[in-house]
Design a protein around this ligand. Structure first.
Ligand code: MN
Length: 288
């Protein structure tokens, strides 16, 4: 049975927030998992992390962690000092998540977000190799602490290194650690892949985490995503990991700005009711 989760930033306008209210809200709505910001968790004191973990455990919620590294922590950067700062920061995140019992850390953990291919760059292979080198550096720590690093394939408007499942499969094979896997997201798959189902099937056992959402980031069930194709592909590879929805409807704040929500997709909608409906939609889909 796949755990079904949701990303806290669906409700939040800032990235760094108190996650405790979301633990209760998401548990009350019936989800199995809450995804939180990995950077926020790394900033917390040990006691704050333990309190969050204890709260999630008490409510029967699993936790997962997501982040897009900033340019100052770009682990694919040409500048050695920037790359080293990124590696140190990833290690800090891995230790923090390890302290909370381990789990999945996903997102743009292989470069910076958002980031374009520099105009002078004609071949991204050297940047890819620097990124692979950084992930190889942190992989032993992730293995020791039970943390799985899931590199998220995102669309061309957000990043240039891993835009397709095929690119991420090759990347993960080169890093060659059982704790470095890939993450796919239907929102990004819809933009970049020839066939969504085939891209999922190709990932096979290397798929470590899965994000769902509609093409305009509405909650699952409110758009035209080919959900039957998605679920049939996940079944074909016997995917047992978490499925986390990541809708973004609200204008404003850091989240609205960074996700580029330029019109109020939440108008007339009750966010909690939408999340509950999307959860029911996803559960029905998986049971079909
Ligand atoms: Mn995602």
């Amino acid at each position: 049975m796949n755990r079904i989760g949701i990303y806290y930033a669906y409700w939040a306008r800032d990235w760094m927030v108190d996650f405790h209210p979301y633990v209760d809200k998401v548990a009350d709505l019936g989800f199995d998992q809450l995804e939180v910001h990995a950077g926020a968790v790394a900033q917390m004191s040990r006691a704050e992390r333990q309190a969050l973990k204890a709260h999630a455990d008490a409510r029967g919620l699993a936790l997962s962690y997501c982040i897009g590294l900033t340019r100052t922590h770009d682990v694919a950067a040409e500048d050695d000092a920037v790359r080293a700062a990124g590696v140190t920061y990833l290690e800090q995140i891995i230790r923090a998540v390890g302290e909370m019992g381990g789990g999945g850390v996903g997102g743009i953990i292989y470069s910076a977000w958002p980031e374009q291919m520099p105009s002078g760059m004609l071949d991204k292979r050297p940047a890819m190799e620097r990124s692979i080198g950084s992930l190889r550096q942190v992989a032993p720590l992730a293995e020791a602490l039970g943390v799985v690093l899931n590199v998220e394939v995102v669309n061309r408007f957000e990043q240039y290194l891993l835009n397709t499942s095929a690119e991420a499969i090759a990347y993960v094979r080169e890093v060659d650690s059982p704790n470095v896997r890939l993450m796919l997201d239907t929102f990004h798959l819809n933009i970049e892949e020839d066939q969504i189902g085939a891209a999922i099937v190709a990932a096979g056992d290397l798929l470590g985490h899965f994000h769902i959402g509609e093409a305009n980031r509405m909650p699952p069930g409110r758009g035209h995503m080919p959900w039957n194709e998605v679920v049939s592909a996940l079944r074909q590879i016997n995917y047992q990991g978490a499925i986390v929805m990541e809708p973004f409807l609200q204008v404003g704040g850091e989240v609205g700005r960074d996700i580029r929500v330029y019109r109020d997709l939440s108008a007339g909608l009750d966010l909690d009711a939408e999340a509950r409906d999307a959860l029911a939609f996803t559960r029905a889909l998986l049971a079909s």
